[in-house]
Design a protein around this ligand. Structure first.
Ligand code: XMP
Length: 511
């Protein structure tokens, strides 16, 4: 395995993904990890990530210097390189010129089977730094340079210490993957053993030994994460797993039926179907404020889930589809508390309340790996590539009060939109695409009749991680046919508008 020390770079999850794409397992740990814990992991190599700090700042992050005595190859990237240089007796100074963006990289030494084996002599790299190396520690030599940075890469081949001032993990360094590959295989001697088939084998064993003959409950939403978690657990412990599906009445058209057909009838899973539409609608009656709606939906979900779970005998575990980025972020020393923009609805409050132990079989995986895993476990592309759907569902896509009548309108319009988006082959290219029902009416004309009906907004965005998003430049013809069909087929909607706001400053959902 490869250990990545997290010095706070915005790119460090990318380092981990690159390593895993090369089929080597890696883990990201904070700099305060103890040396004994590092030894216990038995890493074949260590990568020190970049970070926003300067090495000469008093509180700059530091990892135990003992790592340099372990005889393990180390690759320092940006701040990680500067940390290594500082620890080993070299000198880092503030550079006269900050360097940010593309730079032409000239490789000086690539003849020793190191990081630059088979990399072109002249290539491009992505720089992002304000500090630079002034003096190298003994044993090191310069292996690459750019016009502005004399020390763009270094190595101490004897100790197998390597350093890159630029970022090999980003796509803007075209040969970066090759450099990481060189570090993993010739340098560290890693084996390619991180595949989804091996992950399934190991997880099944681990789940069985943790759970024994006890029972596990899981909240199945039909989204990618909970579906894949359910499939993995089902493979490991069969009917010791009970999945609870809460029909809150805020789902898309035919959603509940589809999930049941797949998991209950096709995969023969043990599913408790909680029909709670009326309960949610009653709780939402008369409520217009988005935050209140979110809180109510979250609270009623927990009540319904709780009461379903109580009906299952001998439950000791709650399974959740937590992913690796959540794990990394929740313990990051750099993230800091951020302002609550929207109260997210998830089952985070459940374990404490229900006194259950947590099983999180996906907690080492990135989203793209969860998809590969889903495929490995037999889920169709349709399931694996589903767009995200928020926990509060259509409840936050009806602006203003949520009523059964408005839900029916929105469901129909939304189904038409999805049908058209899929037919035009846009579904997978979009992060999300959906309809929002506005609390406004407008005048229209149908036949010779005046109409005074609802307005629907189409929202379609591209995004990598939902932190930022851009409105999708959908072809006008496609928008036209969606609008046409909604107005013609959904009685009660006579106008469709397209949302052309990006995030930030807007958000993806309207509430
Ligand atoms: P916003 O609207 O904040 O949404 O830009 C970012 C992403 O999060 C999804 N979303 C939620 N997901 N529970 C969820 O599981 C929620 O309460 C929730 N609210 C928003 C949203 O669909 C988008 O993908």
């Amino acid at each position: 395995m490869i250990l990545i020390i997290d010095f706070g770079s915005q790119y460090n999850q990318l380092i981990a993904r690159r390593v895993r794409e090369l089929e080597v397992y890696c883990q990201i740990e904070p700099p305060d990890i103890a040396l004994d814990a590092i030894k216990a992991l038995k890493p074949e190599g260590i990568i020190l990530s970049g970070g926003p700090a300067s090495i000469y700042e008093p509180n700059s992050p530091r990892v135990d210097k003992g790592i340099f005595e372990l005889g393990i190859p180390i690759l320092g990237i940006c701040y990680g390189l500067q940390y290594m240089v500082d620890c080993l007796g070299g000198k880092v100074i503030r550079s006269a010129k900050r360097e940010y963006g593309f730079a032409e990289l000239h490789v000086i030494r690539r003849d020793r089977g190191g990081i630059f084996s088979e990399v072109a002599e002249d290539t491009r790299c992505w720089m992002s730094h304000g500090d630079t190396i002034d003096q190298l520690p003994s044993g090191f030599e310069i292996t690459a340079e750019t016009a502005n940075t004399r020390v763009a890469a270094v190595e101490d081949p004897k100790r197998r210490f390597y350093g890159l001032q630029f970022h090999p993990e980003v796509v803007h360094t075209p040969e970066g993957k090759k450099m990481l590959e060189n570090f993993l295989f010739p340098v560290c001697g890693c084996q390619k053993s991180w595949t989804m088939a091996s992950f399934v084998r190991n997880s099944v064993e681990e789940i069985r030994s943790t759970v024994g003959d006890r029972r596990v409950v899981l909240g199945l939403s039909g989204g990618v994460d909970s579906s894949v978690a359910a499939m993995l657990l089902h493979q490991a412990i069969g009917n010791q797993l009970t999945s609870v599906f809460v029909d809150n009445g805020l789902l898309r058209q035919d959603e509940a039926e589809k999930v049941l057909a797949l998991f209950k009838r096709h995969f023969h899973m043990n599913i408790r179907f909680a029909r709670a539409r009326a309960q949610f609608l009653a709780a939402l009656k008369g409520v217009e404020d988005p935050e209140r709606k979110r809180k109510i939906i979250g609270r009623v979900f927990i009540e319904v889930f709780d009461s379903e779970a109580r009906k299952i005998k001998n439950v000791d575990f709650l399974a959740q589809g937590t992913l690796y980025p959540d794990v990394i972020e929740s313990r990051s020393a750099f993230g800091g508390p951020s302002a609550v923009i929207k109260s997210h609805h998830n089952v985070g409050g459940l374990p404490r309340r229900m006194k259950l132990k947590l099983v999180e079989p996906l907690k080492h995986l990135f989203k793209d790996e969860v998809r590969l895993l889903g495929k490995e476990l037999g889920l169709s592309d349709d399931m694996i590539w589903r767009q995200p759907f928020p926990g509060p569902g259509l409840g936050i896509r009806i602006i203003g009060e949520v009523t059964a009548k408005r839900l029916a309108l929105l469901r129909k319009a939304d189904a038409i939109l999805l049908e058209e988006i899929k037919a035009a082959d846009y579904y997978r290219r979009l992060w999300q695409s959906f309809v929002v029902l506005l609390p406004l009416k407008s005048v229209g004309i149908m036949g010779d009749q005046r109409t005074y009906e609802n307005i629907a907004a189409i929202r379609a965005v591209t995004s990598d991680d939902a932190m930022t998003a851009d409105w999708a430049r959908l072809p006008h013809e496609l928008l036209g046919s969606i609008a046409n069909r909604i107005i013609n087929e959904v009685r009660g909607i006579n106008r469709v508008v397209y949302d052309i706001s990006s995030k930030p400053p807007s958000t993806i959902e309207w509430e």
